[in-house]
Design a protein around this ligand. Sequence first.
Ligand code: ACO
Length: 383
Amino acid sequence: MGLNACGIKSKYERQAFHASYVSLARRKMGLNACGIKSKHDSDAFEGVLVHMSKMLEKIRARARSLQKTIVFPEGEEPRTVQAAAVLRKEELAQPLLLGSPGKIREVAFETGTDLVGIQMVDPRESPKAGEYAAALCEIRKAKGMTEAEAAKLVSDPMYYGIMMVKMDEADGLVSGAVHTTGDMLRPALQIIKTRPGIKVVSSSFLMDCPNRDLGENGLLVYADCVVIPCPTAEELANIAVSAADTARTLCGIEEPRVAFLSFSTKGSAKHELVSKVQQAVAMAHELAPELLLDGEMQFDAALVPEVAAAKAPGSPVAGRANVLIFPDLQTGNIGYKITQRIGGAECFAVLQGLAKPCNDLSRGCSVEDIVNTAVFTAVQAQA
Ligand code: ACO
């Protein structure tokens, strides 16, 4: 969070802002549930915030220099309207709200939000609707889509927004304050599809941990924690290559070191689940020969040098991994929540592998979450 970027100048404003940000982040992380009570713990926690705020500030600076157009299909939603105003005021991106301009202005009035410089498009009134419907029909005709169906779909802001990204009239899309992950992801998968060389769309969580000895100065990239319930070996290999790319392009990690996780380290256990991870490692080597990756290995072998020395000697990754590939969605989703709730990590999620970036929000998101996600999307659009 960039204090200067928020226009906060006096010492008093700075302190009040920091206190409210710390309190917000504590609530978001469920800090009381983590049992962090002592001054030492609290200092360590505030260290996480300062560290994460530095990373966010770097990402924001990159977004500011790019001035990407980010479309919001939930343009009538109050937090989204407010986030668009922050993006504009701080010059982080060019927000474009989809919806009825009358309704958006009403929401802006109710929330005291300034709409100056924010584009608004009503998909139901848009002169582009015919062109988008024809393009959508063409993209999905092999799946049996008719012109009438395509015309109906593009009047839906989600499809209209995805088509704007597809047709290069927006650089990326952010939604999820109202819709579910699937509501956005399904049309994005069907229309925008995957980027060249990557077969699946997946996700990465950027985990910023209080323990600076872990990963990249406390920063770890976890994948996949959102999208693919039961990945095949080939899908796991694709997830790993995408996560390494996210680590490099979004987090600025120059040397991604990718560990494929399992309950076994280097053949210590024999099981079909272990064999699948071993196959994934071999496939990832073929897909990205230049990438530092290894597995299968246990979580502690990936992160703790002493355990790595005993269990995976000579591994280029074990003991110092900064990108962790979970074997399936259950382990990935549970793993990130344990790191967040018990480990006290701050976390952010992004989708990866789409030909152009679309990102999902939690329905409980704050205005700040929407701003951050839009900023990540803008930087992904450049990569
Ligand atoms: N990558 C690339 N393409 C994909 C992927 C993928 N991961 N998954 C599906 N597709 C494609 C299919 O090939 C298909 O393309 P086509 O229509 O051109 O043939 C299209 O997308 C639709 O596929 P379906 O299988 O019909 O889509 P489905 O209804 O299964 O939805 C979805 C896909 C939404 C990603 C599904 O896998 C899903 O629900 N995943 C889990 C999401 C979830 O609940 N996450 C946890 C909660 S979020 C959180 O905790 C933060």
